[in-house]
Design a protein around this ligand. Structure first.
Ligand code: G4P
Length: 527
């Protein structure tokens, strides 16, 4: 197969949702359709429950699970689909944000009872940064949920994206009869089968005025469906695939993942319209996937669970050309060539050594500490891929070393955990105080635990009252110098040495921004 053929048969995507909306369930059903697993229940939830906050065994176990489900490759209708998993727990949201930089499109699940929830809003903001195409799946139709029109309006309003329903539910909860597919004009009747990939019962109904509709769903329901379909076709223009591809419009499906209902319609539409790997930008130029030389970037690092073996797995998204095992690749940041003799590919839940990989694929590279998130590998070119940001953390704590004899170990441990992207480290200019910033409480416990067990260092965290870390830049160096001088006590450096303003409150930040119009404040930073 030629490189172009390999590219055109790949679709790399992620599923985003608020915890509990049905991500694990939908993932499993997709894998069942792809024949990658045989029975339901095979996909372990990567959920870390609340009580696990103090249960480190549970956290360790989850780390193990999340390696094996990080990337699930499967075949469907001759295509190779790469599904990248995202952590369910919102304390690990940053990991999810970064994973989204490695996908070409997403499926967004909305719980029909709860509607658009906070985590979905945040994740959509990240998708919007790269105009990632989104298909939405409104789940749990077997439960009494909210009015479908209301749900569509809420998606448009809260997520600022146009919608186009491609299926329509007939009833809901106890009276749920099925969906009518506006995409391929079929009636799909709901039976409710949790474990099998039974073919759902389809009835081809080209014209919904047909009397056969009553036979299948009843008189009142048929009348209601006709009214709904007329209304939808009136309100929403035809699906414009280009609008979907530019991230402006989300096609919407309705179904019930646990009952395996509506999943195939979603998948069939996905394989038809979802984008294949496209061009990506480096600092120097646009790199097309079809270019013959290999390039790729690291978006995730996973430490080995066994602390005696310090190697880690770096997840690399292939952007162009062909990746080949045992070939030397140029590591731009370190300006050296690296060779990976045991590259791994991910198929469903199995890791296997691979000899080659193509754009859209994710390869796992065993690494002893050379690679970090945001690194680019090439065949010699020096352009680093853009668009892998760090986000301002939400919780900040100062690190206090509890064992003066182990300060080297503490520094090393912190540095390595930060390379993995567990959290972000800021060092105040004044007094070199070290501050760890995260999006969730759980990370602090993970860091403390891992520092002790993997590096032999003990530390304590002292809470700090900080609102945001803002990366500061200015077109005029004089403005920046003046700002740094005036706010010296609140200036820190991130681990790349970039200047950061540590704002204590929102109001104060707004005031400071007003007072220093020549300084730009950023809530994200490129790696
Ligand atoms: P997540 O990964 O997004 O956090 O969600 P997950 O798939 O684990 O689903 C959360 C809960 O919602 C699960 O129930 C799951 O069975 C249920 N669920 C998923 N899809 C549907 C659906 O279409 N209809 C209904 N009624 N429920 C659905 P649980 O009680 O937490 O777990 P379990 O004991 O059922 O596995």
């Amino acid at each position: 197969m030629s490189l172009i053929e390999e590219i055109n048969r790949r679709k790399t995507f992620g599923i985003i949702s608020h915890p509990d909306a049905g991500k694990t369930t939908l993932t499993e059903k997709l894998l069942l359709f792809g024949g990658a697993i045989k029975t339901a229940g095979a996909v372990k939830s990567n959920k870390i429950t609340q009580h696990a906050t103090s249960d480190f065994m549970e956290i360790e176990k989850q780390r193990g699970i999340s390696v094996s489900t990080s990337v699930m490759g499967f075949e469907y209708k001759g295509l190779k689909l790469n599904l990248l998993d995202t952590p369910g727990h919102q304390d690990f949201a940053e990991d999810t944000y970064r994973t989204l930089t490695a996908v070409d499109s997403v499926v967004m699940i909305i719980d029909c009872v709860k509607g658009v929830e906070t985590q979905t809003e945040k994740l959509m903001e990240v998708c919007r940064m790269r105009n990632t195409p989104v298909i939405s799946f409104i789940n749990k139709l077997d439960r009494e949920g909210r009015d479908p029109y209301e749900l569509l309006d809420e998606i448009e309003e809260k997520l600022t994206i146009k919608v186009r329903p491609l299926s329509w539910p007939i009833g809901m909860g106890k009276s749920f009869k099925g969906v009518y597919s506006l995409f391929n004009k079929k009636l799909i009747l709901f039976k409710g089968s949790k474990t099998q990939i039974d073919r759902n019962e389809f009835v081809e109904i080209e014209n919904i005025q047909s009397k056969r509709l009553e036979v299948h769903i009843g008189k009142d329901e048929a009348a209601q469906l006709r009214e709904d379909v007329e209304l939808i076709e009136g309100i929403y223009p035809e699906l414009d695939v280009d609008d979907y591809l530019s991230g402006d419009l989300a096609p919407v499906f309705f179904g019930s993942a646990v009952n395996n209902f509506g999943v195939q319609e979603l998948l069939d539409c996905f394989v038809e319209i979802a984008p294949v790997p496209g061009a990506r930008h480096t600092e120097l130029r646009k790199v097309g996937p079809e270019e013959n030389v290999f390039s790729g970037f690291v978006f995730k690092i996973h430490a080995n669970i066994d602390p005696r073996h310090r190697n880690r797995i770096a997840f690399v998204r292939v952007c162009s050309g062909k990746f080949e095992r045992k070939k030397n690749y140029f590591h731009i940041r370190q300006e050296k060539n690296l060779r990976f003799s045991n590259a791994t590919a991910f198929m469903a839940q199995n890791k296997e050594t691979i000899d080659e990989a193509f754009p859209g694929d994710i390869v796992g590279l065993y690494d002893t500490g050379n690679l970090k998130i945001g690194d680019t590998l090439t065949e010699g070119e020096r352009g680093i891929f853009k668009g892998i940001p760090s986000f301002s953390p939400e919780i900040f704590k100062e690190v206090e070393n509890l064992d003066a004899m182990k300060s080297k170990q503490l520094d090393k441990g912190l540095r390595q955990l930060m390379d993995e992207g567990v959290a972000q480290l800021f060092t105040f200019e004044m007094g070199s105080r070290k501050v760890v910033g995260t999006v969730g409480q759980l990370q602090f416990e993970v860091i403390q635990h891992r520092l002790k067990h993997e590096y032999g260092a003990t530390c304590r965290f002292r809470s700090l009252n900080l609102y945001k870390a803002c990366w500061i830049t200015s077109e005029d160096k004089k403005n920046l110098d003046e700002f740094v001088k005036s706010k010296y006590r609140h200036i820190a450096r991130d681990k790349e040495g970039k200047l950061v303003f540590m704002a204590e409150t929102r109001q104060w930040l707004l005031m400071v921004q007003d007072n220093f119009p020549g300084v730009d404040f950023h809530f994200t930073s490129e790696h």
